[in-house]
Design a protein around this ligand. Sequence first.
Ligand SMILES: [Mg+2]
Length: 377
Amino acid sequence: MKILKIESFVVSQTLEEPFYFSQWEYKTRTICLVRVTADDGTYGWGEGYGPANLVKAGIKFFNQYILGMDALEHEVVWQQMYLRSLDFARRGVLLAALSAIDIALWDIKGKHYGLPISALMGGRKIEKIKPYATGLYFTRCDALKEKLVDEALLYKEQGFKGIKMKVGLGIAKDVEFTKAIKRAIGDDVELMIDSNHAYSLKEAMQLCNRLEDLGISWFEEPVSPEHYSGYRQLRENTSIPIAGGECEYLRYGFLELFKNKSVDIAQPDICAAGGLTEVKRIAAMANTFGVELVPHSWGTGVALHAAMHLISNLDSNPGRMYDAEPWMELDRTENALRDIMVEPLITQENGYLKVPNLPGLGVDVNEEMLEKYLVKE
Ligand SMILES: [Mg+2]
């Protein structure tokens, strides 16, 4: 079963309202999808996380080396792509292209054997997944705090058991906004904060000190992803769990996070850090170091389905009679590409997502929507 064709598609949506995080604003959502087709006609979908045109160029780069390889031998293909990129791109967007192709090969394998990816990975250990809402981004408006509180209450009403908010507006504003949101949602909904590496170690410590009593579930990307020891020093000085890893790549990158005792929660993006093949390895390593793993997930239903399969396969660590339920990130910002690009749509029941049961990823891309949002060359 040979790889016959690899096609990439850049899709883009202009947002009705731009949104901001601590670094810059988004006016569009642009994503690169890949479809890999085998010589028997079986095809699989994958997705890369990062600048879509660069991901597309990366997919084109790998094409020449993997066409004709066995589509079912995804580790062999992975290694070929890894070695072809190693001299130029040990980290970064070329690995998002590798990740996209890897996910598509898992999709093909699942369809070929008639099994969901979670089964191919060794089986699902849970049947439903607890998503947390990622939202509460900044917009330019006069009453931002009130707007964010309303948004948080909406997620609570929708049944989310956890909500992640953006921080990074400066310590005083962050404290004010975080307290207002926590007060509004109460103790039965967990609250995480994410600064997208907005702070120095000193500033991150100040913020932790002032939020220490609030019961924050984690502080994500508090400092620069380059500062492994800064992460560790922060961890040693706060009771708030520290999360990070969405800018980290491959098991070699995560090894640095783990060796440096930088995080309580590792957050590889399956569509960037090396695909399902590599993130399963990273998960095994996280488990070895006693670190929790909650993938960063952002993008279309292809990326979200890949995350659901992986999460359902994670070992609880440590195990106990009533295991903690693993989290899954569910972005709630305006994104038509996420909501309508795949079928079946992702639905949430009583605050949970059902682990997909169809062969492969368990979704197909809606060709009409693909055409509608496709960036024509
Ligand atoms: Mg983040």
